[in-house]
Design a protein around this ligand. Structure first.
Ligand SMILES: [Ca+2]
Length: 492
């Protein structure tokens, strides 16, 4: 089999085998690429085309900018000849179709000035905060796993009963240890309100709320102790959303108050399909304390069919970077004024992160790294079907993926600058490990490779020794599920 065919087969495998674990028509669009309107097709991935490579044309300078309007939708950014930014012909469309500005609102909170020397890092770096938050998608719960003892210490409902949808996947952890998770919904339009939505859970008992005033915090203590909806006092809020797809979730770092040493302005980004309008998507900033929608930005010029937006992460400015749902595009909404840009990407997204130098990465069979300063992409092939990504405290990028046929590679270590593979973990090192859909670094520096299945591997990245957490439920999470990714980008 030629390498080209191999790549194609791998991508087809990814499209079918992984994707989000609920099969739906959108999985099929991966293989088609090349500008065909994915809404039309429900067919399986065509093995003759190869999404990441065919629709390349990199030199991703083409970006369209626009400004999001405060609060509600409306469009503003009437971009010119844009459309499908992810689909080839990237080089030409250098629009910059800004229109009206959002101005006002936004109290630009630039951190730099307040790096209080007297304040210890408020959480995130503390060993007490070492939890892995994984979603048990099929049962609408999230598990809190102690990464030191490799033990599940809490399990929580994240969707009200009797509401269709749910299906949580991506989780995000803030610098105080709090977790937010997005419910994907995954139903066909039209969907009811609450099919999608975001739920926040506190990590520390002292951050939970004694809602019934009995002087005790009632909360889950482990796997077999799941409280009824609204009775776990560490589940702090739930914000229902009406969308067929709600995937990315990413906490902001906020700013450090030098007096109280508390972080303030800690909010949550999420994004959804814009049901009824597949030429756009919605990005939300939710108030971290209340879950209220602080801002809604309709991002125009986005190929928003299918999964619409697949994942996202913040940079050191608390800006939100997000990737297409199997479509070759990268989005960016700025925290200070909610303006945005849509950037064609040279490869199809699956996993994504922002590295310690504020560069978004996206990957799915190929590594793609975007440099916002030069507005350019760098790409490298993966020696196996790569899907998931994290960066460790030494700067090394780790990439997980699909165990494919007789390829022994399970994880690779990548130089963050050259993007060359500088190490690998194989099936000889860890015979039990299969597909690592999710990858994260914990506070002690261990890697966590999470299956779409029941095992999460804790791996020593120096000698590759390992243990694993055995869940009773099937997990599916590949976002910043420990909070290390956020800590990694925040200037401390
Ligand atoms: Ca109570």
């Amino acid at each position: 089999m030629s390498s080209r065919k191999t790549t194609v087969a791998l991508l087809a495998l990814i499209a079918v085998g992984c994707g989000d674990n609920t099969a739906d028509s959108a999985t099929a669009t991966l293989g088609t690429s090349t500008g065909t309107s994915p809404t039309s097709t429900g067919t399986t991935a065509a093995p003759t085309t190869d999404a990441p490579t065919t629709s390349t044309s990199d030199s991703g300078t083409a970006s369209q900018t626009g400004t999001g309007t405060p609060t509600t939708s409306t469009s503003t950014s009437t971009t010119t000849g844009t459309t499908d930014p992810g689909v080839e012909t990237a080089t030409t469309t250098t629009t910059a179709a800004t229109t009206s500005a959002s101005t006002s609102t936004s109290t630009s909170t630039s951190s730099d000035t307040t790096t209080g020397q007297s304040c210890q890092d408020s959480g995130g770096g503390d060993i007490d905060f070492s939890f892995l938050w994984v979603a048990n998608s099929g049962e609408n719960t999230v598990s809190k796993v102690d990464t030191i003892n490799i033990q599940e210490v809490g399990r929580y409902r994240v969707q009200p009963p009797n509401v269709p949808g749910g299906s949580p996947s991506r989780t995000s952890v803030n610098l105080a240890g709090d977790m937010a998770v997005a419910n994907r919904c995954n139903l066909q339009e039209p969907v009811p309100m609450g099919c999608a939505g975001v739920t926040k859970i506190a990590a520390r008992v002292e951050d939970c709320v004694d809602k019934n005033g009995d002087g005790v915090i009632t909360t889950s203590t482990g796997t077999n102790d799941v409280k009824p909806w609204d009775q776990d006092e560490c589940v702090l809020w739930h914000t229902p959303l009406q969308a067929r797809s709600n995937r990315p979730v990413a906490w902001t770092a906020g700013t450090l108050d030098p007096v109280t040493c508390e972080r303030v302005g800690v909010d949550v980004w999420t994004a959804t399909s814009n049901d009824g309008n597949n030429g756009s998507v919605k990005v939300y900033l939710l108030n971290g304390d209340t879950g209220a929608i602080e801002q809604e930005v309709v991002v125009q010029g986005w190929q928003g069919d299918g999964y619409a937006v697949y994942g996202g992460a913040v940079d050191s400015h608390d800006d939100f970077w997000f990737v297409g749902g199997y479509s070759n595009q990268l989005g960016h909404v700025r925290r200070d004024d909610f303006s945005y840009e849509v950037i064609p990407s040279p490869g199809t997204p699956y996993g994504t992160m922002v590295d310690s130098k504020d560069r978004p990465w996206l990957l799915n069979g190929q590594l793609n790294r975007y440099d916002p300063l030069t507005q350019s992409w760098q790409t490298k092939p993966c020696p196996f079907p790569c899907t998931s990504i994290t960066q460790d405290g030494d700067g090394n990028v780790w990439v997980g993926g699909v165990a494919f046929q007789d390829n022994p590679i399970r994880l690779i270590k990548v130089d963050p600058e050259t993007m060359e593979t500088i190490g690998m973990i194989t099936s000889t090192d860890i015979p039990e490990i299969g597909n690592s859909w999710g990858l994260a670094t914990d506070v002690e520096g261990y890697l966590w490779a999470v299956e779409m299945g029941t095992r999460a591997f804790k791996i020593d990245r120096t000698d590759y020794s390992y243990q694993f957490f055995q869940n009773i439920s099937s997990m599916y999470t590949y976002s910043d599920m420990t909070g290390f990714g956020l800590k990694n980008v925040v200037p401390m």
